[in-house]
Design a protein around this ligand. Structure first.
Ligand code: F6R
Length: 605
């Protein structure tokens, strides 16, 4: 959470930083600020609100310079107010921070900072400790400070008497950096760097980067210079804009056929699932006795679909654990448990911590991550990257379906590795998976119809979503999508559970979205739908196009999903639910890409 940027070079740092902060705003958007180093001091412009508000402040105050740091905040310590916005300044130090300094109280006491701080933030405490240790040697001050900090941090620091230089150090929270034709740049993620270059590096934890106008040097904490390991962004950089859509969320929904194709194609060789490019030996898939999926939010919902697939098709036990709860439930994982961590950003702290714990217990691990080189990818034994490209809208869409695509491939490879399926069965499974992009396109062609259906819940206060088995898993995600972007209260229920309590909430005109895509569950699901209809519910039904419904049944709202084999119906159904959530948010006039209180990358526990 929080976006950080730093630039030093020949360009106008204030302009470069404001543009970059707009690209990073999805990481947090309650306050924003920049600081420019000039003439032995720093000029700070900051305040609550969005980057567009910061632009207005800058237009008034006209900060100028060629070396600066900037920040867009998601409040953790201290409320949303101008004083708590970053950058923070203490003595000769100007700093921005992403993460949480857990021992800030102790440090405040130890260094006598009570009454000397201007904000309520833990970040300003870090600036004050740096000032305490600074005697002209930035590396020594950073090393001594970092050794005192407990918690997670990505810090970008300017010292008044170190002109044109930005120093950076981190623990857990990410920092990437690059050399551009006009200077050097650092950021929380590559989104802000790709307009300038495709070559970047991930600053290793507890290493210090020094950005200068003509390049970057990196040192370990004991002061030894280290080689930088450069990486290349391998997605099309032109993809990072809105591409003519009003919101990233729509653009990202529309991109799904293409990114799914790009995620599965390179992993299919001779019609067989293949993870040889990832270097994953079949033993990893065949030796495990159980699987434990760890993830949060949407990524966890992808894990639930994976569980249904793997349990049904491979016959091994799969647990899906909310990463934020993992450590508090006395997790039982061992060398026979394959841990699969799923994360778009690859930085979600709960998932990362759970993964680290599992590795300590000896579990083999695979992560499914979208952002190249992210912490979770580096922490796991093997990584399968989803090729979704940058996902900017806070609500995850294409990352989710590419995670699902990878889980289909994992299921198939597991079947191969365990000798469970004959070659024909595997080829048929892969053939169906390859149909997904074309089926998704069909749905996207009907977006106007889905927009009209979304209108039926536009003014709802609560929406219930019901289904069984895989349909229930899809609805958990559909419901999360609706809640987060439209602010309509929505709950997904396993439809068989309704009569154990929740059906009490169904009254005349209660909107219910029902998904029926699994042949073996159809008759039970339809009975459950009738139960809510007979209590007055207004049902929007998503069902396969070839499914027959009883004559005489009244369906005021129905969407026919293109036919796929049952295990694959998750894909078409998900895209319809994403579009419903999107259109409700759009028609309510909300800021679809930046729902209130949220941030794209959750790096605090
Ligand atoms: C919801 C959403 C979140 C994320 C969750 C995990 O649309 O995006 O629920 O799925 O915060 O994030 P990652 O996948 O980055 O670990």
């Amino acid at each position: 959470m929080c976006g950080i940027i730093g630039y030093t070079g020949k360009g106008r740092a204030e302009k470069i930083m404001l543009d970059a902060l707009e690209l990073l705003e999805y990481r947090g958007y309650d306050s924003a600020g920049i600081a420019l180093l000039k003439g032995g001091s720093a000029q700070i412009v900051k305040g609550t609100g969005r980057v567009r508000d910061l632009r207005k402040l800058c237009a008034d105050q006209k900060p100028e310079g060629t070396c600066g740091i900037g920040h867009t905040r998601w409040a953790t310590h201290g409320g949303v107010c101008d004083a708590n916005a970053h950058p923070h300044r203490f003595g000769h130090i100007t700093l921005i921070h992403n993460g949480i300094i857990e021992n800030y109280r102790e440090l405040t006491e130890k260094y006598g900072l009570e009454g000397r701080l201007k904000s309520e933030t833990d970040s300003e405490v870090a600036a004050a400790v740096l000032e305490h240790f600074y005697t002209g040697d930035p590396y020594s001050a950073i090393r001594r400070t970092v050794l005192k900090l407990k918690g997670t941090f990505a810090l970008a620091i300017m010292f008044d008497d170190q002109p044109d230089k930005i120093f950076a150090v981190r623990n857990v929270s990410p920092i990437v950096a690059a050399v551009t034709p006009g200077g050097a740049i650092l950021s929380s993620d590559v989104a802000a760097i790709v307009p300038y270059t495709a070559v970047y590096f991930v600053l290793p934890e507890f290493h210090v980067a020094c950005l200068k106008p003509d390049g970057i040097e990196m040192y370990d904490l004991s002061g030894d210079r280290e080689e930088i390991e450069w990486l290349k962004v391998d997605w099309d950089v032109t993809r990072s804009g809105k591409g003519g859509y009003p919101f990233y969320m729509e653009k990202e929904i529309m991109e799904q056929p293409q990114v799914i194709e790009e995620t599965i194609r390179p992993r299919i060789k001779d019609n067989m699932p293949d993870f040889s490019s990832e270097g994953i030996p079949d033993k990893v898939f065949s030796a495990c006795q159980r699987i434990c999926v760890i993830a949060c939010g949407t990524a966890m919902h992808a894990g639930l679909v994976g569980k249904s697939l793997i349990q049904a098709m491979i016959g091994i036990h799969v647990d899906v654990v909310m990463a934020s709860e993992f450590m508090y439930n006395d997790p039982v994982v061992d060398k026979d448990t394959l841990v699969i961590a799923i994360s778009q950003s690859g930085e979600t702290i709960d998932t990362l911590e759970a993964l680290k714990f599992a590795r300590k217990c000896g579990s083999p691990s695979i992560s499914i991550v979208n952002v190249k080189g992210a912490s979770i990818a580096r922490e796991s034994e093997y990584v399968i990257y989803t090729n979704a490209g940058p996902e900017i809208a806070v609500a995850s869409t294409k990352a989710y379906t590419t995670q699902l695509a990878v889980l289909y491939l994992v299921t198939a490879r597991m079947a191969v590795a365990r000798g469970l399926w004959g070659s024909e069965k595997i080829r048929n499974f892969i053939k169906e998976l390859l149909r997904v992009p074309e089926v998704m396109k069909k749905i996207l062609d009907t977006k106007d119809e889905i927009h009209r259906l979304a209108g039926t819940i536009l003014n709802a206060r609560d929406v219930f979503m019901i289904g069984r088995g895989l349909d229930y898993s899809i609805l958990l995600e559909g419901s999360l999508k609706l809640k987060e972007v439209s602010y309509i209260h929505s709950e997904a229920y396993a439809s068989g559970e309704l009569k154990h309590g929740t059906i009490a909430l169904i009254t005349e005109d209660t909107p219910v979205i029902a998904v029926v895509t699994q042949e073996k569950l159809k008759s039970k699901e339809l009975s459950n739908i009738r139960e809510v209809q007979s209590r007055g519910a207004r049902v929007l039904l998503l069902i396969k196009e070839n499914e027959t419904l009883d004559e005489g049944e009244k369906w005021s709202c129905i969407y026919r999903l293109p036919q796929m084999e049952d295990p694959f119906m998750v894909m078409p159904a998900s895209i319809v639910l994403q579009l419903i959530a999107y259109y409700v948010s759009l028609d309510k006039g909300l800021d679809v890409d930046k729902p209130r209180n949220l941030a794209k990358v959750v790096t605090v526990e």
